[in-house]
Design a protein around this ligand. Structure first.
Ligand code: FES
Length: 343
């Protein structure tokens, strides 16, 4: 028996290792040829100190100079001493290159392409070795656009355990992926991608969560919902989805399906275009008040264009509410998932 440990590095690259309950995370990591920072290996120096974002573990033996009581209470841990009691997600204080690793490369074939509307396309991939691909819901990969020397980043809209991978693309005139999907794509095309990457992923739901999507920023949130459908949350989860025009709206039926199967999951959407037939016209900020934010007892996950991310941050500040955690990812149509940060 072993547990899966996700090692999330400072550069956003994530590697997954298997770790038995009787071995330390550092031992399992080095066995997998991933050299996370280590010095004493004895719980004395604190060099390996990391942050555990998800999962249970036995912290092992160490001295206060390496890890204080307060740090341990805040989720910090020592991989040279800790042994897992469940799957874990750790933030490692080093780049993947420093740990002598990097993003994994995967190959796949195009399985399907669905043109949702003039502005939004979805495509599905069958990856050659699905067992070799692990990711956290919300993460992205860099996809080499077939027939070009361009790479574009897309978040999975599929869940971590679903066999087929799916991605949402906003159509951009002259865009590399848009052009490929509109003009040249054929089922069976070979595709290569690297990853997973990003620190925008679902943490344990220890309090209510508010998910906010702008346009195709819905994709990583769909992946999170797929995970929540498998592991029902103990707290309410509300999703707000904002788009520019009616034709940008996709997957409302999928959200309705999730509302049926995920206990405590609700959602609403709005369209900025005044000519929209949507009930809510305007921006998602118009749907956020202090009760939506549970007066701060909430984890916020926000994925959208930079202007939307900044507008939401400003709106929440103006409400005088400080969420328990705020995870966001900004993207631009050309590069998508340009940054992934947590604040
Ligand atoms: Fe020194 Fe872990 S390597 S405390």
């Amino acid at each position: 028996m072993s547990f899966q440990v996700a090692l999330n590095f400072e550069d956003g690259i994530t590697r997954f290792i298997e770790c038995r309950p009787d071995e330390t995370v550092a031992e399992a990591s080095y066995k997998a040829r991933i050299n996370i920072p280590l010095d004493c290996r004895d719980g004395a120096c604190g060099t390996c100190k990391s942050l555990c974002e998800s999962g249970g573990y036995d912290g092992g033996d160490y001295i206060d100079e390496a890890l204080t009581e307060d740090e341990a209470a805040a989720g910090h841990c020592l991989p040279c001493q800790m042994t897992p009691r469940s799957d874990l997600v750790l933030r490692i204080p080093a780049t993947s290159a420093a740990a002598k690793t990097g993003p994994a490369t995967h190959t796949a074939t195009v399985a399907a392409v669905k043109q949702h509307s003039a502005t939004t396309v979805e495509f599905a991939l069958d990856v050659d070795d699905r067992d070799a691909l692990d990711f956290l819901p919300g993460q992205y990969v860099n996809i080499a656009v077939p027939g070009t020397d361009q790479t574009r980043s897309y978040s999975f809209s599929s869940g971590p355990t679903q066999k087929q991978l799916s991605f949402l693309v906003r159509t951009v005139p002259g865009g590399a992926m848009s052009g490929y999907l509109a003009e040249r794509v054929r089922a069976g095309d070979r595709v290569e991608f690297t990853g997973p990457m990003g620190s925008f992923y679902l943490r344990e739901t220890v309090r209510p969560a508010l998910l906010l999507a702008g346009g195709t920023g819905l994709a990583p949130l769909l992946s999170m919902l797929e995970q929540l459908a498998r592991k029902p949350p103990a707290h309410p989860v509300h999703l707000l989805y904002g788009v520019t025009t009616d034709q940008d709206l996709v997957h409302l039926d999928t959200l309705e399906d999730y509302a049926e199967v995920i206990p405590g999951f609700t959602f609403d959407h709005c369209v900025a275009d005044a000519a929209s037939s949507a009930r809510n016209k305007g921006f998602v900020t118009g749907l956020i008040d202090s009760s939506t934010l549970h007066d701060g007892d909430v984890d916020v996950y926000l994925c959208g264009p930079p202007a939307m991310v900044e507008a939401v941050r400003g709106h929440i500040t103006a409400l005088g509410v400080t969420p328990a955690s705020f995870h966001y990812e900004k993207f631009t149509p050309a590069t998508v998932r340009a940054t992934a940060e947590a604040a």
